[in-house]
Design a protein around this ligand. Structure first.
Ligand SMILES: Nc1ncnc2c1ncn2[C@@H]1O[C@H](COP(=O)(O)OP(=O)(O)OP(=O)(O)O)[C@@H](O)[C@H]1O
Ligand SMILES: [Mg+2]
Length: 508
């Protein structure tokens, strides 16, 4: 590259607990990071909200931090990529730029009555053929309907064409490119595939489903590929005139950042929740084992690449719950010290069905349980059981992937905040019976978004080049014997059944 060519790409990762901006160099190494957490708003049991304006303020601030830490200006940045918490629904007024309600977060279960109502005709799988998804509170669709049904004046405004919907990718890009002053209203195929409204084959909104939900098409963003120039940053901002050129939902971004481009490649990301994605190439595979079908990515005009996904709602957030709600630890990494004080879980299993159970069960009537308690059990066992819950849930999802694909995975690429935890990763390898492999860059979510944006502007040439940036950092090999593995899984599955059927119709 010549001297005048920008040397870096920046990714904005608008996550569930924080927003990050990360500058990457051409080798895919981290140059600088800005990060800010935002408030988790829990108005009632089962409700989870974010303030979209706080998120947008934080995004601008973390971009500034990342640039200034590395002494960079917009002239050093070739492109901006966006990745985001998926399914979280923001509805805003395009004439004022203000959200009409807080963002309803993917974990929120308030729309269960809407799910039941829609499932009364055709069952939970009525949209599965077209969208790849079961009807569940998880996806954006019922959240948008809830806002239109419950926020005063929202439906009228939406029907007048004044309201816009987006996952947080769309909200950030609309603001980044000018907001009320010419902001572009777009999303990419991966985010669109999490709404319950996109046809997986045509990659367009489905008017029939939109009609059934009563959501005006004018609210919906234009569906674009994951890698193309959508617009440029507005004149009033630090990155002005820089092309915004990549969008990937966070889990798809992590898949991309792990260079899991080929059919049969897979990764598992351990963050707030855990999400295992298995690349199925250009084929749309329908799961028979509780996985969902989603778009992995689409690069410009090239054919889309699809995936099977095992979504687990609660993993790292169980650690946060021990920290924030029980006060058992002061920081997430402290859990490792507690867990190491005991040899095993003392017979305790924690099934963190805080938002019901996602893959492979899809049981919205489940709620969390701690089982196997005896007078022997202490906080160290609880800490250990909390970590193990992540590994057991992942094993169940991996079993589903193996059953659907017919070809068992021989190793698992991992990333996300929890993979810093050695004890957890060893237990994960033990309980899976396959190697667990961590790359040097575990911020794969941001890296994937940077890659998508960089590809669109020619900063990188092709996915082969990206694949060469991937380097192994650490590998954990299974050490547990088969009988113990089987015993643990039997106990875990029994624990899971104890969470079923908890929510009755009159539960508040
Ligand atoms: N050493 C550790 N042991 C266990 N859990 C940890 C450890 N360090 C971090 N975590 C957990 O990892 C999660 C943070 O990981 P990460 O930053 O990848 O999350 P994330 O899912 O990207 O966040 P977001 O949802 O905001 O995108 C937190 O839930 C935290 O509790
Ligand atoms: Mg994340």
């Amino acid at each position: 590259m010549s001297e005048n060519t920008p040397q870096y790409v920046i990714a904005i990762d608008q996550g569930t607990t924080s927003s990050r901006a990360i500058v990457f160099d051409h080798d895919g190494n981290i140059v600088s990071v800005g990060q800010l957490e935002h408030e988790q708003i829990f108005p009632r049991a089962g409700w989870v909200e974010h303030d979209p304006e706080e998120i947008w303020t934080n995004v601008r601030e973390v971009v500034g931090t990342a640039l200034s830490k590395a002494n960079l200006t917009r002239h050093d940045i070739a492109a901006v990529g966006i990745t985001n918490q998926r399914e979280t629904a923001v509805v805003w007024d395009k004439t004022t730029g203000k959200p009409v309600y807080n963002a309803i977060v993917w974990q929120d279960t308030r729309t269960q009555p809407i799910v039941n109502e829609l499932a009364a005709e055709g069952g939970l799988d009525r949209f599965k053929d077209k969208t790849g998804l079961p009807l569940a509170t998880y996806f954006s669709g019922t959240k948008i309907k809830w806002i239109l049904d419950n926020v005063e004046g929202a439906r009228e405004k939406a029907e007048r064409g004044d309201l816009l919907f987006g996952n947080t990718d769309s909200w950030v890009i609309w603001n980044l490119t000018g907001g009320t002053n010419g902001g572009v209203h777009v999303t990419d195929v991966t985010n669109a595939s999490r709404t319950l409204f996109m046809d997986l084959e045509t990659l367009q909104w489905d008017d029939e489903i939109l009609g059934i939900f009563g959501v005006p098409r004018s609210m919906m963003p234009e569906i674009k590929s994951s890698s193309e120039v959508y617009g440029t940053v507005a004149g009033s901002q630090l990155l002005r005139e820089t092309p915004v050129a990549g969008i990937l939902g966070d889990q798809q971004a992590a898949t991309f950042g792990q260079a899991a481009f080929g059919k049969g490649a897979a990764k598992n990301t351990y963050g707030t929740g855990c999400f295992l994605i298995f690349n199925t190439g250009e084929e749309i595979v329908k799961s028979e084992n509780g996985l969902i079908t989603t778009v992995a990515y689409k690069l410009g005009d090239a054919a889309p690449v699809y995936a099977l996904e095992g979504s687990i709602a609660v993993t790292g957030s169980l650690v946060q719950w021990l920290r924030d709600n029980l006060g058992m630890i002061n920081s997430a990494p402290e859990i490792e010290q507690l867990a190491e004080k005991v040899e095993d879980n003392g017979g305790v299993y924690i099934v963190p069905a805080f938002s019901g159970l996602f893959a492979p069960y899809w049981r919205s009537d489940a709620r969390g349980a701690i089982v196997g308690l005896t007078r022997f059990v202490n906080r160290n066992h609880i800490a250990r059981a909390a970590l193990e819950a992540t590994a057991f849930q992942t094993r169940e999802v991996l079993d589903a992937v193996n059953a659907d694909s017919g070809v068992p995975l021989t190793e698992l690429r991992v990333d996300g905040g929890m993979v810093a935890n050695d004890a957890l990763m060893q237990f994960q390898a033990d309980i899976l019976g396959v190697d667990v492999v961590r790359p040097e860059v575990i911020e794969t979510t941001s890296l994937g978004a940077a890659y998508a944006a960089g590809l669109a502007v020619g900063y990188w040439n092709d996915t082969d080049e990206l694949g060469r940036n991937w380097n192994e950092d650490k590998r954990w090999t299974p050490q547990m014997d088969q009988a113990e593995q089987d015993r643990q899984m039997r106990q875990w599955k029994k624990a899971v059944t104890k969470t079923f059927d908890w929510v009755d119709d009159d539960v508040k």
